[in-house]
Write a protein that binds this ligand. Structure first.
Ligand code: NAP
Length: 253
């Protein structure tokens, strides 16, 4: 019997794969035998990661909100033997201020990538997987910010709550075709995104760690593990869920 935790021969698009959680996810997929289409705007780091992977891969450099980039990623997946999954991971969180001080242009900027880019990628993948008729997986990377009232990142939180809504709709619409859709909602994971937020608010790290039952922030590998699990046959009866990966932060209130 084949190992239900493996991804041998399966190809997955990972957006935001040039660093952080996306890069760790690409590496974890390849370590389990999967092939990866790596997407982000910066080509050089994508190529460097692709070169290290033990399985075949492809690089598509561009913006997730660009339909040409989405089409190129699907084509690259077809060229690798056909697509199984999408990890909608690309995201930004560049503003740290109360909602009342956040200009509407900042909402546009954040929603364009975190919600519209992800929705457009999910739409293209849903069409592809339906046509292929062999099931598949769509994983949206949301955030605990979409589930609780974290201050000063209102547009980001709204984008992530909306992603979880998208996840549930896709799960209901695509379930009959064997296409499963889930969200992973990370807590605070040490990446460039979080380093930038901490730089804007030096007291933040201490506050976050103080509230964490595990007493520390998460690593990119700890975020990637559950993402990869949801892509495998071991997760074949899970759909429409938002799985929180936060070291117990939400449970602590
Ligand atoms: N780190 C955390 O604590 C945390 C917590 C909850 C949720 N998340 C979510 O997890 C995901 C990954 O976060 P991270 O911390 O790993 O962030 P990160 O280190 O800043 O990486 C973000 C990735 O997204 C890519 N990206 C950004 N905008 C893009 C665009 N318009 N088109 C294509 N690619 C784009 C970046 O590459 P380029 O700049 O080269 O395009 C990069 O590869 C995000 O959706 C984030 O909201 C993170």
């Amino acid at each position: 019997m084949s190992d239900p935790f493996r991804l041998d021969g399966r190809t997955v698009i990972v957006t935001g794969a040039s660093r952080g959680i996306g890069a760790a996810t690409a590496r974890a997929i390849a370590a389990r035998g999967g092939k990866v289409v790596l997407v982000a705007r910066s080509e050089a780091p994508l190529r460097a990661i692709a070169d290290e992977l033990p399985t075949p891969s492809a690089v598509v450099a561009g913006d997730v909100a660009d339909t040409q980039v989405i089409g190129d990623a699907i084509t690259a997946g077809e060229e690798l033997g056909g697509l199984w999954g999408l990890v909608n991971n690309a995201g930004i969180n560049p503003h740290y201020q109360p909602v009342s001080a956040t200009p509407l242009s900042a909402w546009d900027e954040v929603l364009q990538v975190n919600l519209l880019g992800a929705a457009a990628f999910a739409r293209a993948m849903a069409l592809y997987l339906s046509e292929a008729g062999e099931g598949g997986r769509i994983i949206n990377i949301s955030s605990i910010g979409g589930l609780t009232g974290l201050p000063n990142i209102g547009a980001y939180n709204a984008s992530k709550a909306a992603l979880d809504g998208l996840t549930r709709s896709l799960a209901v619409e695509l379930g009959p075709e064997g296409i499963l859709c889930n969200s992973i909602a990370p807590g605070t994971i040490t990446t460039e995104m979080v380093d930038d937020l901490m730089a804007a608010n030096p007291a933040l790290k201490e506050k976050l760690v103080a509230k964490a039952p595990l007493g520390r922030l998460g690593s990119v590998d700890e975020a990637a593990g559950p993402i990869v699990f949801l892509l495998t046959d071991a997760a074949a009866f899970i759909t429409g869920q938002t799985i929180v990966v936060d070291g117990g932060r939400l449970a602590a209130g």
